[in-house]
Design a protein around this ligand. Structure first.
Ligand code: SF4
Length: 410
């Protein structure tokens, strides 16, 4: 019978060595992980092997975590990156009604808000003054939004800070923009690109399964629409992130389906920059209070999804990000040992997870990221949104780290 690990034992996995842990694993799980480590390619796994790993417990789970960490080291080294950015949630007014969302408000609610274009431009100017290279813009979907409002946001920000990278508009917002303007999807995306849209957040994915989506949010875009927006954006030269929300009503089979789907899209377009597992923050949500969802992920689930992503996406999407706003400090660091190599963005003002009950805060400074990463035994580096510019952040008393680096990063 499989041994269920207490959290205290699970937390010790970073100290384990592969040969020792492999000895206690089932031969099926060990063989699957050996195949990926030898080829550094997650597509060598059969669907049955992926499901086996997604359901791993006990010693097989420990083996998955250790193997994911080894793969991470082989594929992307010991550097942990982050981006200095500012989140701008330009309105919390939204008609969609996702049951996992505690951020949205009705238009007449006392604490509803809508930032003007001038306010957003001012926020971008402030962000640049604080060293941000990116603004991340997403908001609620209010009824009656002026048809070209998303374009106007881009123009206002680029006019204020011309070389600010704009990472904006979820696939749900893109579908809404298409509906508002009546433009064909490719034309709409090209129009946004030509007005300053640099990359797209691959959010609004949650679980890409229409049965699950119907439970989470009846009005949300369908799986097919999400795929269509993301594929078309990539074809128009707009790269995107990719995400999955876990710890609510989904099962490990949904994780496998989604990771396979993302890997397939990546093989066709090469447009994903990273994969971000997003833990469900349950406290203030209808989904939890109506008894539909479990109360967020367990420690085993947090670690397993990061490790499974590293293994299944190996060779396709090699940047696996921890979403620090949804995890606490210790858990984020543990996920860095379970396959992750990126700490996400400094954010400056994070509202969505905080409203749902997350307590990790609204802002982590670059300096704090650096100390968290060094504390986890890794090397911090600032990157831009598409992982092309890396500047190392090695403190003067740790030059030995710099000397140990591969030449291209030194
Ligand atoms: S998740 Fe987004 S689309 Fe859904 S209710 Fe919240 S703000 Fe609206």
């Amino acid at each position: 019978m499989t041994r269920v690990l207490p959290d205290s034992e699970l937390e010790m996995f970073p100290a384990l060595e592969w040969p020792v842990v492999a000895e206690h694993m089932s031969s099926e799980s060990r063989n699957a992980l050996d195949q990926v480590m030898a080829s550094q390619d997650g597509s060598v796994l059969s669907r049955e092997q992926c499901l086996l790993l997604a359901n791993a417990e006990g010693d097989d789970l420990l083996g998955l975590l250790v193997a994911a960490d080894m793969l991470r080291r082989d594929l992307v080294g010991n550097i942990v990156t982050y981006v200095v950015n500012r989140n701008i949630n330009f309105t919390n007014v939204c008609f969609v009604g996702c049951k996992f969302c505690a951020f949205s408000r009705g238009p007449r609610e006392e604490d509803s808000y809508f930032h003007s274009l001038e306010t957003m431009a001012q926020k971008a100017i402030e962000a640049r003054a604080l060293g941000a290279t990116e603004v991340c813009i997403q908001g609620g979907l209010p009824h009656g939004l002026p048809p070209f409002y998303y374009r106007d946001i881009l123009r206002a920000i680029k006019a204020a800070v011309p070389n600010m990278h704009i990472h904006a508009f979820s696939p749900m917002e893109i579908v809404y923009g298409v509906e508002l303007t009546g433009m064909p999807l490719p034309d709409y995306l090209k129009m946004l690109r030509d007005n300053g849209l640099d990359t797209l957040p691959g959010t609004a994915a949650e679980i890409l399964d229409d049965d699950v989506r119907f439970v989470l949010s009846r009005n949300k875009l369908s799986t097919e629409q999400w795929k269509q927006v993301v594929r078309t954006a990539h074809q128009c030269g707009i790269r995107s992130t990719s995400t999955l929300m876990y710890g609510h009503v989904e099962t490990p089979t949904h994780w496998v389906n989604q990771l396979e789907l993302l890997r397939d899209i990546q093989q066709q377009t090469g447009g994903f920059t990273e994969f971000v597992p997003l833990g469900f923050v349950h406290q203030n949500t209808l989904l939890f209070h109506q008894g539909i969802a479990r109360p967020g992920p367990t420690l085993a689930e947090h670690l397993k999804i990061h490790a499974l992503a590293r293994v299944m996406l190996a060779g396709a999407i090699n940047n696996i990000q921890v979403s620090w706003v949804k995890l606490n400090r210790r858990l984020s660091q543990l996920c860095l040992h379970a396959g992750a190599n990126d700490y996400g963005g400094t954010l400056m003002e994070e509202n969505i997870s905080r409203e749902a009950g997350a307590t990790a805060g609204q802002y982590t400074s670059g300096e704090e990221f650096q100390s968290l990463i060094l504390e986890a035994g890794r090397i911090p580096a600032e990157r831009n949104t598409v992982y092309t510019r890396i500047s190392l952040k090695v403190p003067p008393d740790q030059v030995a780290i710099e000397e140990a680096l591969e030449p291209e990063f030194a």
